[in-house]
Write a protein that binds this ligand. Sequence first.
Ligand SMILES: Cc1ncc(COP(=O)(O)O)c(C=O)c1O
Length: 382
Amino acid sequence: MINITSKLPSVGTTIFTVMADLLAQYPDVVGLSQGAPNFMLAPEMIDDVHRAMQAGHNQYAPMIGLESLRQRMVDKIEKLYGHRYDLENEITIMPSASEAIYASIAGLVHSGDEVIYFEPGFDSYAPIVRLQGAKPVAVELLAPDFAIDWERVKQLINEKTRMIILNSPHNPTGRILTEDDITALKELTKDTDMIILSDEVYEHMVFDGEIHRSMSRYPELAERSIVITSFGKTYQVTGWRVGCCVAPANLMEQVRLVHQFLMFSANTPIQYALAEVLLKPEYYLTLNRIFETKRNILREGLAASRFDVLPCRGGFFQLVRFNHFNSGSDMEMVKHLIADIGVGGIPTGAFYAEPKDTGLIRFTFARDDETLRKAAERLKRV
Ligand SMILES: Cc1ncc(COP(=O)(O)O)c(C=O)c1O
């Protein structure tokens, strides 16, 4: 046996894999764990992929992405958020939002830098920062509204702070950035060299008549932001692994230097199919309403349960509180729900670098309506 030293000693297998393995032991469980939809709103994309393959589009795509797909994305972003990114230098199609996050951090964060991020939050940010020899600095979001404490953020910023990572709509809390957040962010970043990494993979799932506050909307923020989106989340094809990132040319240049040595390019026939489906804006424009309806089905079903249903303004996820009637850990509660109630969820404590007990479970509502009703019915038995 050779000696090795882990580069991520405190990180185990991600909670999503742990839960998937656990769920596999209970085939009758209604799984509301992973944010991977069990439906597809544009199934014709499958034929489009097939057609692209038959037409011979089976070799490497350009490193920066297929031109037609980039073109339609820059048009779409301009129409939605009013900012026009340059087709050649400011947009890259990536093999997943996950890779875009990695390439952005690896490309722009140096050893010794600090990166501010929020907890609970998506689990990849802090480990990727650590892999660069940099320091992830967590700011906790507190239940029930999980608002950002900008005073706290201000206290943590120093000359080493290189990046702040935002995610709106937020996984797992369902919070979205408000106008006040944008004002605070402009104030804090003004006259600094701080980069914003804005994870906007749930940009099309914003509810209650709210708007998505993309960094692309605000010129002072767009000039320092890398905005990351996911075709997987938008078109319910998370397994196809295609994402996108836009940024000013000086930032994008550095992100691409890493991307070219990671995967180099994204899946070719799938990029053709995505370019095709982008000609039908009705798909992404109706997602807010479709997912709001799904959120409501789950919330209304849970209203008659013992769970406390927390606010949810966007995204794929609903948090519920259980610690007023059960003193078990997050993990014990999830295991109980799986084994005895027949519903899978994710312990919210897993969304912290140091896992802890929050008394909250995360359920996804990215499911067909019948599945959501069935899950809610079962959860009433808790
Ligand atoms: C907040 C957030 N960012 C990024 C991702 C990863 O997206 P992709 O599947 O395109 O890699 C996810 C997936 O769950 C997510 O929830």
